[in-house]
Design a protein around this ligand. Structure first.
Ligand SMILES: [Ca+2]
Ligand SMILES: [Ca+2]
Length: 295
């Protein structure tokens, strides 16, 4: 598995800025494309957390998806602000990984918006199928260490179906309180995944009440899931065109369904029977308003 636990040990963001600096430039597999971000030569003017990071690095940083945030900082932030993800104890097909898109918030660029697309090899509930995709999003203030920097979380279970359920929780005005669980000794908001269907919920009770759509309900695990993560990049500036060669959908990790191999998340195809991934990664439903939890 990806080194999520160590990264998600949630060092203060200041520490993240200084961590792994030695490999920021040379290790990128995208060294031949994408603009660089250089300390003292930032254009257009990036948000303060990127300036701090670039200044600390003191060297050129690769920004493969041209959104103003260096690759390695995106990776650190995506891991740090990942909620406590709680799989159902009764899930019969739990193999999953996370494709994420992390960007400055379009209306508040000092905040970051992270879309986490949790991909499963199977939906094994009623009318099960190969390939499953369930998104949720996080709004975070990267100047505040995780988990306190998590401002809001939005889950959307069974998007676009009669079973759709949208929930938002957090610290913004009008937000309901999240469910919390300890990870590495700190309180994180919990995202629950329903048994076999993998619908995302912020409340164990509401998930379990939805027995027609999510038979088997949700459960609170003692230990958070630690899935491997891959950065999708941005529309028009993809960072992955093949989730097998450049991601986690690999046979050696248990992903054996042939129709899920070599998948391009920004392409026209569908991940098995799941929805259209590129559309989900740009869906404004996941764009949490920095002023409020209201939609
Ligand atoms: Ca970037
Ligand atoms: Ca990005």
């Amino acid at each position: 598995m990806h080194a999520v636990v160590s990264r998600a040990s949630l060092l203060p963001v200041a520490a993240l800025f200084f961590a792994h600096l030695s490999c920021l430039v040379s290790s990128s597999p995208f060294a031949d494309r994408g603009p660089d971000i250089e300390a003292g030569a930032l254009s257009p003017r990036p948000p303060h957390f990127v300036r701090s990071y670039a200044a600390a690095a003191g060297e050129r940083l690769k920004d493969s998806d041209a959104d103003g945030i260096p690759d390695d900082l995106e990776d650190e932030l995506a891991h740090a602000y990942f909620p406590f993800y709680s799989l159902s104890a009764h899930d019969r097909c739990p193999l999953h990984g996370v494709l994420y898109r992390l960007s400055p918030h379009p209306r508040s660029p000092d905040k970051i918006l992270i879309r986490y697309d949790v991909l499963y090899q199977h939906d094994c509930g009623l009318r099960g199928h190969v390939g499953d995709s369930e998104l949720f999003s996080v709004l975070a203030d990267p100047s505040v260490p995780a988990p306190q920097g998590i401002l809001a979380v939005r889950t959307v279970a069974h998007h676009g179906t009669l079973c759709e359920s949208v929930m938002t929780c957090g610290r913004l005005p009008g937000c309901k309180s999240c469910s919390w669980a300890l990870r590495d000794g700190q309180r994180y908001p919990v995202v629950f995944s329903s048994a076999n269907k993998h619908g995302s919920y912020l409340s164990e009770e509401i998930c379990s009440f939805s027995f027609v759509c999510d038979f088997g309900g949700c459960s609170r695990q003692a230990v958070a899931a630690a899935p491997p993560m891959t950065n999708a990049g941005e529309p028009g500036n993809s960072m992955v065109a093949d989730l097998t060669t450049s991601g986690f959908v690999r046979p050696e990790l248990g992903w054996t369904e042939p129709q899920l191999q070599r998948f391009d998340p920004w392409g026209e195809g569908r991940f098995g029977k799941s929805g259209h991934m590129a559309k989900d990664l740009t869906d404004k439903l996941y764009e949490i308003d920095p002023r409020s939890c209201e939609r």
